[in-house]
Every structure is written in structure tokens, then in C-alpha cells.
Design a protein around this ligand. Structure first.
Ligand code: AMP
Length: 212
């Protein structure tokens, strides 16, 4: 039963690859970004706390994220992929604690590498389905019908944090707070680098190799 982390900057393709892998291997996909967006849409108290951080492109505070993810991970009875958690050293340490309590072992951390120019191109042209969470791209992966999700027929949107200003802040948050995790997991011998540029199905082949 695989239990691992997909690590990488925003737009690296973690979500797209994680969705394919969970479907093939019968795993749970845990994305704090997706969970928080649902909370914001529902207007819950958690959503209210997270909303302004998310719209600006800043990370939500560690205490909020750690509590939320502890709850989610504890409820899972199968393997899982954490997509977007941890994003700080403090979150990584908390995850270690959570896994210890649950008696789980972390199998690996897949680190998706993509150039900054490519990340900005991907994010600034991204189309997201708020209903089934599918992801499209204006030029690279256009939906068959404009603004309509191929998968569920939902109306595609541009995420508020996929604007130029928020993208800049998200990149900076990644550089300052998340990128130190590369060394953290390298030291633990868990890191597997995946070249996240190029053909999506070739990248997926690399992911599958790493998961087996
Ligand atoms: P994502 O969908 O992964 O791009 O996440 C969207 C936003 O949700 C981020 O810009 C943060 O505001 C928030 N978020 C997601 N995951 C985390 C995390 N692990 N720690 C803090 N904030 C997070």
C-alpha cells in the first residue's frame, strides 16, 4: 500500500499526475488546496480563515493546515498520495509525527521539477473545473468545448490565485518555505526527482515506475 508525497512548485503537474495515479492504483488523493477551496465555497469557518491567504497566493498558517491534514490522514484506510502537503519544514515534522502515531511508513517523495518560465506559462493559462477538479490549459490541454469540462460538463474557471500577482507570491512562498523540503527528504533517502517538463504520459510512466 503506497503512502507518499508529490512535491513541487505550483503548476508542476502534481495534481494532474496524482489524479491519474490514484485512479490506477486505488489510492486516496489528498490535496489541501482542493479541500480548502471546497471549504471556501461552502463558506465554513475554516474556509473563511483560509480565503484571504489563498487569494493572495500566501500559504495558510501551519496550525490550520496541520490540524486539517491530521484529521484527513487519520481517516484513510488505504494508501494515499499527499499532493501539496507538507509545504513547510514544520508541516513535514508534523506529518512525521502523524505517521508515527498511525504506524505508517512514508514510502517516497516524488519531486517534480519544472523551469520557472514553464510554470508561469502553465498557471497563467490554466482552466480548472470546480466540480470534478479536472485541470485544462488554454493551449496545451484545451477542453473539447470552450469553457466546458470534458470530464463532467462543469463550467471551467480561472482560479483567483492564477493571476499574475498571486502567481508571483506563490512562487516566492515555494522558494522560501517549500523548497527546503527537497533537502529534508533527500537526507531521509526518500526523494525521487521527476522531470515535470514535456509529455504528460511520459511523465506519468516515470511516476508509475517510482510508485512500484
Ligand atoms: P494548491 O491548490 O496546491 O495550489 O493550493 C492553493 C492554496 O491553498 C495555496 O496557495 C495556499 O494558500 C493553500 N495551501 C494549499 N496547501 C497548503 C499547505 N500545505 N500549507 C499552507 N497552505 C496551503
Amino acid at each position: 500500500m503506497y503512502r507518499g508525497i508529490f512535491l513541487g512548485p505550483p503548476g508542476a503537474g502534481k495534481g494532474t499526475q496524482a489524479k491519474k495515479a490514484v485512479a490506477e492504483f486505488g489510492l486516496e488523493h489528498l490535496s489541501p488546496g482542493d479541500i480548502l477551496r471546497a471549504e471556501v465555497a461552502a463558506g465554513s469557518s475554516l474556509g473563511k480563515v483560509a480565503k484571504s491567504f489563498m487569494e493572495k497566493g500566501e500559504l495558510v498558517t501551519n496550525d490550520v493546515i496541520i490540524g486539517m491534514m491530521k484529521n484527513k490522514i487519520s481517516g484513510i484506510t488505504k494508501g494515499f498520495i499527499l499532493d501539496g502537503f507538507p509545504r513547510t519544514i514544520e508541516q513535514a515534522e508534523a506529518l512525521e509525527e502523524i505517521m508515527k502515531i498511525l504506524g505508517h511508513k512514508l514510502d517516497s517523495v516524488l519531486n517534480f521539477t519544472v523551469s520557472v518560465e514553464e510554470l508561469v506559462f502553465r498557471l497563467s493559462n490554466r482552466l480548472s473545473c470546480p466540480d470534478c477538479k479536472s485541470i485544462f490549459h488554454k493551449y496545451n490541454i484545451p477542453p473539447k468545448k470552450e469553457s466546458i469540462c470534458d470530464n463532467c460538463g462543469g463550467t471551467l474557471v480561472i482560479r483567483k490565485d492564477d493571476c499574475e500577482e498571486a502567481i508571483k507570491i506563490r512562487m516566492e512562498e515555494y522558494r522560501k518555505k517549500t523548497s527546503p523540503l527537497i533537502e529534508y527528504y533527500e537526507k531521509e533517502g526518500k526523494l525521487i526527482n521527476i522531470n515535470g517538463e514535456g509529455n504528460s504520459s511520459e511523465i506519468y510512466n516515470e511516476v508509475v515506475k517510482a510508485l512500484k
